[in-house]
Write a protein that binds this ligand. Structure first.
Ligand SMILES: Nc1ncnc2c1ncn2[C@@H]1O[C@H](COP(=O)(O)OP(=O)(O)OP(=O)(O)O)[C@@H](O)[C@H]1O
Length: 721
């Protein structure tokens, strides 16, 4: 008993030992939620003698489920760790046992995105649809929306209709939306496949239809615990309600400030209104933070305090004082990365390991500059979310186009000849391979010589050859950046990505173009295409060995729930973080929570940075509003942005704030209040006009009043005229 409660504070002990009834823990970042949750599991098993198989512990990701399983195994020594899983994972357990109730076999398939795409491909081919009718990514979204919102009862078709009837429904569909939707349902049923929505819907259906099965699960789950409750969605909530319906022992933990999945249907109200939904709810608050230094906590409290829709609560420090939060402004992304590299080397010199250091960012494409600098500085790193920049499909494709122009080699040919589709499939490739082997020439040469052959009728082989020839003829006289842009355009490659709706890939290509441009401007005479290709080859080959001591690079979403001794949060610029896609006040608050999640990952050191430069659309890059949100007294600047830049940034933010409707919520100066303008000096507010977005001010040194836009900052002033 003592061991289980060892090193827990009062609130944590209470959370661990309050086993019966409905318990809600509202906890701050780093306040030991995970510790409390795993100890509670151990307490139930070791102290109360509950069987692990009668406990359900729901986590947000598979990764945290694995970690939780490990922790609980260490605490209980029991190999049976019960149901520790995500909601979807748990539904797989339900269906593996009870899918017979819907006439599905135990061996049903759980579908992932690539399975869905494969099904879409069949439907498009069968019904003559093209990406012009709907891109795959749009089709996947459409299916998701129909399943969750428009046709929430769709699963009844899957369960109750015979395969033939479902097929007929698909065949009778006459518009792209219906064809794709019913085609997909048919394909799913045909292979007994279930996607994430189906897993929960099917489980709920079985529970609703079959009381015996429902009671079996309800009785089995004597205790239910749910982590990251702030990100629960409606279906998951419904499932939870059913599952706890017999014993009524439900324990939930969440932090409203860490809601970052609203865009996927999460609803923080389930956490905030929990006590209204269930009887006799006990609420425990955990605000003491054991992770970060008081300096880091002061900065994050200052940031999250700027969100208007939140319960006011500060994280309370428990650790001794540490280093100040460092903030750096750089002239370019490269300079920013170089600064980070310098700081990392300094941390190493002071005794830190590379593995203690993590670089966080909002969007994948940010890693390009960081990776280049780290490679040069020989800082070992590993990317946790997604693929390394130069290993990404679209980057490899784009570089292969360049190589095709310069070298016409077989590898590049194989990579791009049929991307986008030119009808050069396996049969024609085989023909080229045989031709090339016989005549000892390259595949491209083989193609060029056989363009007239019957086999290439109806293909775009001739256009491809013409493209390569025309670029080969004059690339040496053109800047590489221009060649790259032109070839991505004329080859149809970018168009293909646009039709697929792959915005992230397009962003990555824009980043590649930017890097080529920087390479040209910094290399002078040496900047030939061949030189450039040799230069990037170093990056593409660099993912070989896997030593353990490495700096980690990951997106903020991936970092959820993790902690690291030193955190670098980079590219803190408007348009990146907050993302340029942020269109509403709510979304902006979610971005701020995301920044909060990022910063609260840091234990000993937090380094914030941003760089001037241009966005992909050519607009200037400003420091992020999230940096400006933090009380400047809490940041130690190694290099501060110019005052002019900060003023421009504030203007920009004020303007974009108006688009978000921020002004509607902004407190105004009231008539009679004294204010100070940076140029006009002291004055008295006559009126405030929201529709005009301006205060009317009578300045002391002016004969008539002026309307001063909300964009200009007026400061509160004391003293009568
Ligand atoms: N009572 C305690 N005394 C000392 N250290 C603690 C205590 N509780 C938790 N910790 C430590 O504090 C850190 C944060 O704990 P944990 O990871 O459980 O937090 P969390 O609430 O899940 O965080 P987040 O929501 O930010 O991901 C861990 O390093 C943990 O070991």
């Amino acid at each position: 008993m003592e061991e289980i409660l060892l090193n827990l504070n009062g609130a944590q002990r209470e959370a661990v030992t309050s086993t019966e009834g409905f318990v809600r823990v509202i906890a701050g970042a780093g306040s030991g939620k995970t510790r409390a949750l795993s100890r509670r599991f151990a307490y139930l098993v070791n102290e109360l003698g509950i069987l692990p198989g009668n406990i359900l512990c729901v986590t947000f990701t598979n990764k945290s489920a694995n970690e939780m399983r490990q922790r609980i195994h260490n605490l209980t020594g029991d190999n049976d760790t019960g149901y520790i899983n995500t909601f979807h994972g748990f539904c797989v357990s339900i269906l593996q046992e009870d899918s017979h109730a819907v006439q599905y076999p135990k061996s049903f398939l759980v579908l992932d995105n690539s399975d869905v795409d494969a099904m879409l491909k069949i439907i498009y081919e069968e019904r003559g649809l093209t990406l012009r009718d709907m891109t795959f990514s749009k089709a996947r979204d459409m299916i998701e929306i129909r399943k969750t919102q428009k046709n929430p009862d769709y699963y009844l078709d899957m369960i109750t209709m015979s395969l033939d009837t479902l097929r007929r429904k698909y065949e009778e569909a006459d518009n792209a939306g219906d064809i794709i939707f019913y085609g997909y349902l048919y394909q799913e049923k045909k292979c007994f496949g279930l996607d994430y929505n189906d897993l929960i819907k099917f489980s709920l259906y079985i529970f609703a239809q079959n009381e015996a099965i429902r009671l079996k699960w309800q009785k089995r789950l004597e205790y239910i615990m749910i982590d990251e409750f702030q990100d629960i969605d409606a279906l998951q909530y419904r499932l939870m309600e059913v599952l706890c319906g017999y014993h009524g022992n439900l324990f939930i933990v969440g932090d409203p400030d860490q809601t970052i999945y609203t865009w996927r249907g999460a609803d923080v109200r389930y956490l905030l209104e929990f006590e209204r939904a269930f009887p006799k709810v006990k609420t425990i608050m955990m605000m003491e933070n054991y992770r970060s230094t008081p300096q880091i906590l002061a900065a994050v409290n200052s940031l999250i305090g700027k969100n208007k829709n939140r319960i006011d609560k500060d994280l309370l420090p428990t650790l001794p004082s540490g280093a100040p939060v460092v903030c750096h402004h750089a002239a370019t992304s490269e300079a920013e990365a170089a600064w980070m590299a310098g700081q990392i080397q300094a941390l190493r010199a002071a005794g830190a390991e590379y593995r203690d250091i993590t670089v966080l960012y909002r969007a994948h494409y940010i890693t390009r500059a960081v990776e280049e600098v780290f490679l040069r500085a020989e800082i070992p790193y590993t990317i946790y979310s997604g693929v390394q920049f130069f290993g990404r499909m679209e980057i490899k494709d784009a570089l292969s186009y360049l190589r095709m122009i310069a070298y016409k080699d077989d590898l590049s040919f194989l990579r791009v000849a049929n991307v986008p589709r030119r009808n050069l499939g396996e049969r024609r490739m085989k023909f080229l391979r045989e031709y090339a082997a016989e005549r000892r020439c390259s595949l491209y040469e083989a193609l060029r010589r056989s363009l007239e052959d019957e086999i290439f009728k109806g293909t775009k082989a001739a256009q491809f050859a013409a493209l390569v020839e025309s670029f080969s003829a004059d690339y040496a006289q053109r800047p590489i950046s221009e060649v790259l842009s032109a070839v991505l355009n004329e080859s149809g490659y970018e168009k293909m990505l646009r039709t697929e709706g792959s915005q992230e890939r397009l962003d990555n290509l824009a980043e590649l173009k930017q890097s080529v441009y920087e390479y040209e401007t910094s290399c002078g005479e040496e900047s030939t295409l061949e030189h450039y290709l040799a230069h990037v080859a170093l990056f593409t080959n660099s993912d070989a060995e896997d030593a353990r001591d490495k700096v980690k690079l990951m997106t903020v979403h991936t970092a959820k729930g993790l902690e690291f001794p030193y955190v670098f949060l980079c590219a803190m610029n408007e348009g990146i973080f907050p993302s340029r896609k942020t269109g509403t006040l709510q979304a902006m608050e979610e971005e701020r929570r995301l920044a909060f999640v990022a910063m609260t990952r840091a234990e000993k050191g937090l380094f914030l940075s941003e760089a001037e430069g241009r966005n992909f659309d050519g607009s200037p890059r400003y420091p992020s509003r999230f940096l400006l949100d933090i009380d400047p007294g809490l940041l130690a600047y190694t290099e501060k942005p110019r005052d002019g830049l900060i003023a421009e940034a504030r203007d920009y933010i004020a303007m974009s704030g108006r688009c978000l409707g921020e002004d509607a919520a902004r407190p105004l100066f009231s008539p009679g209040q004294r204010v100070k303008h940076s140029i006009f000096g002291l004055g008295t507010v006559v009126d405030a006009d929201r529709s005009k977005g301006a205060h009317i001010v009578q300045f002391d040194d002016m004969p008539t009043p002026r309307a001063i836009s909300f964009r200009a900052r007026l400061e509160e002033a004391q003293g009568a005229r």
